[in-house]
Design a protein around this ligand. Structure first.
Ligand code: SF4
Length: 430
């Protein structure tokens, strides 16, 4: 009998890493991994709880699962499952609620179920890093989890509650994992975690870890996913001179107002952030600096909101992820005075979204006439290969007969407006 299993992942790259590893493990155990819309024996939802919207989306998926697949095994895991564990266990919507600490036990739970046995997820050992290197995943890039949890306790953030204290994976395991996925044929490695800048394993901090990874032989490049602008030294930026480290960093600013950053209990000032950004651009003029900005944090007057806009305009980000401040139960900001009305948050997020679109277009236009090394991921309807350059810009290579998952040097010659501006180009000829 073919055992069919389906996965749905909400939220961040860390969740994607964990789902990829579970998918790969299930494939090795001869499960048939099917799309979530198809019939399966088992459904697993890896949830997110970073905002109210994430909770809402997670609930929607669970209701759909319950309605469409009453007889299948239904497992909910991830941050929303961890945040509302008791309620979900009592809801009767799912068979298992597996918190982040026990996610690695999911395949054992499923095996037990097929053999007619039930087990409590909490009866398994807590294991944050016990994931096998994934050879079969949904992505061209290989996500590598290096760290979990956070000790910063920003006043708006629920993550320390659902992902626990900052814990770093042994450096040796990370190097081995990366060597294995390179051997599997992956060409881009993405380091992920909750607060990766705070990575520390004995005397190996984040900078040293990156340095060591760049020494690993093989035809690959390294990308750093989202980072907090704290925990790394000034010399960190020199690492980006290495040809294998992609010149792109997503540094979460959150606000351009010193007062709001203090209220958020962020570990840096707007002035320091700006200094870092200017230094990065001095060293690497084309560097792609992207960021997150929260609008409508309690106490954010129009004037303080304008400080975020002014800073974004000065720093010209390659892209800005905009979040409307979302009250999270159990965080300090929940009880702060001067909460901003939803309508006003929406107005402010529209303004930042519009600004981000302008900056993204300007940044991508600046690459026309320049070169990018594109890792091909898929083909569009015209048969053209599409992928990302090292600066994390999307590119369509207007030539046929190319291969997937391969690096191509491309001369960029224009912009195509799709859902977002996409660069176009042709292969560089010798
Ligand atoms: S550093 Fe990031 S993960 Fe940690 S509490 Fe702050 S926002 Fe949350």
């Amino acid at each position: 009998m073919t055992k069919k299993i389906a996965f749905k992942t909400l939220g961040c790259r860390l969740n994607l890493f964990e789902t990829d590893a579970l998918v790969s493990e299930c494939t090795k155990m001869d499960y048939h991994v099917v799309d979530f819309s198809q019939e399966a024996d088992v459904y697993v939802v890896n949830t997110c709880t970073v905002t109210n919207q994430s909770d809402h989306k997670s609930k929607q998926v669970m209701n759909q699962m319950k309605r469409l697949h009453p007889d299948s095994l239904k497992i909910v895991t991830g941050c929303m499952a961890t945040n509302y564990k008791e309620q979900l266990e009592q809801s009767g919507k799912v068979d298992y609620v597996v918190d982040n600490d026990h996610k690695t036990a999911i395949t054992s739970l499923v095996e037990n179920w097929f053999e007619g046995r039930t087990a409590s997820p909490d009866s398994f050992e807590k294991d944050l890093f016990g994931y096998e290197p994934a050879d079969t995943t949904f992505h061209t890039r290989s996500l590598i989890k290096i760290q979990d949890g956070c000790n910063n306790f920003c006043t708006f953030c629920i993550i320390p509650k659902v992902r626990g204290r900052a814990t770093s994976r042994p450096a040796k395991d990370i190097y081995d994992n990366i060597k294995q996925v390179i051997a599997f044929g992956y060409k881009e490695i993405v380091l992920t975690g909750v607060n990766i800048g705070r990575y520390q394993d004995e005397d190996t901090n984040f900078e040293k870890l990156v340095e060591q990874i760049l020494e690993i032989s093989g035809d690959f490049r390294l990308r750093i996913s989202s980072m907090e602008p704290d925990g790394f030294t000034d010399s960190f930026f020199r690492l980006f001179a290495h040809p294998k480290l992609t010149p792109h960093l997503h540094l979460c600013l959150q606000s351009g107002s010193e007062d709001i950053l203090l209220k958020m209990r962020r570990m840096y000032t707007a002035e320091l952030f700006e200094k870092m950004a200017v230094e990065l651009r001095r060293l690497y003029p084309d560097f792609n600096l992207t960021t997150d900005i929260i609008v409508g944090f309690p106490g954010e007057t129009e004037e303080k909101f304008q400080e975020s806009i002014a800073m974004a305009k000065r720093l010209q980000f390659g892209h800005i992820h905009t979040f409307k401040y979302s009250v999270r139960h159990g965080t300090r900001a929940e009880h702060m005075p001067n909460q901003i009305p939803e309508k006003e948050k929406t107005r402010r997020s529209e303004i930042i979204r519009h600004l981000s679109d302008e900056m993204k277009l300007a940044y991508r236009k600046s690459f026309v006439g320049k070169e990018q090394t594109v890792l091909t991921e898929q083909f569009d309807k015209r048969g053209f290969a599409i992928g990302y350059g090292e600066h994390y810009v999307p590119v369509v290579i207007r030539q046929k007969g190319l291969e997937k998952n391969k690096f191509y040097t491309v001369i960029l010659n224009g912009i195509e407006m799709q859902d977002e501006p996409v660069l176009t180009g042709l292969l560089k000829t010798q």
